[in-house]
Write a protein that binds this ligand. Sequence first.
Ligand code: 6PG
Length: 252
Amino acid sequence: MTDINQQNFIYDDFDALGKGVAGLISQWAAQAVSRSGQFHLVLSGGSTPADTYRNLAQNHDQPDWAKTHVWFSDERCAPPDDPASNFRMASETLLNHIDIPPQHIHRVHCEHTPQQAANEYDETLRRHAAPGELAPRFDLVLLGIGDDGHTASLFPDTAILAVDDRAAAPVYVEKLESWRVSLTYPVLNAARRVLFLVAGEKKAGIVSELMRGDSAPTYPASRIRPQSGELIWCMDKAAAKRLPEDVPRLRR
Ligand code: 6PG
């Protein structure tokens, strides 16, 4: 397996993790804007990132939101005001508290059917892409990890894992008995930087397995390997509890 540029940052606790990652996002946003005049940020769903988003909204050093485009790694197929909606979570913790042009927030319109929502999101991604590309090259993709090794809505044994000609696709998740729309491997692995944001002892097992490198079983998350970007793991100590000894880490 080809080497990738990976760094692992361990934070003392969940609070430090949220503050630390919010600071990294602001720092990387400034770098992106000075490099290309814009910052394409992909937000993850689930519960872990909420604290980071709250910190980001309150950071003294704010990204230049007028030059930022916010995307979503995936979305549950539910209305935008549904408690399950990743867009609702991001709005309550971040988007409602920052001065970002509404047209720079690219939510997945899950009030439509899964296929329609995916097609529309895919089309929007292509519209913001360089000619011939599926999506803009994301400056930062935030991702979580499930204890089954899924990330975004790339769940084990689902057809979306083989999708390589679209930026976004619908996926039916048997065990959740629900539809989702997710970004696909080609656009996630084309990112300049992917950050796995993981917290809590419940994730220590899957983190340990994913960090075993070549000997790791193949989980969907293990196929996130930015071709010419960076892979950053940001975890609290609890999630890093069973990290193999030989895995390099930086205390933050
Ligand atoms: C989602 C996420 C998903 C999430 C993981 C971890 O829509 O649920 O995109 O991939 O990041 O399931 O979720 P927690 O942060 O809630 O543990």
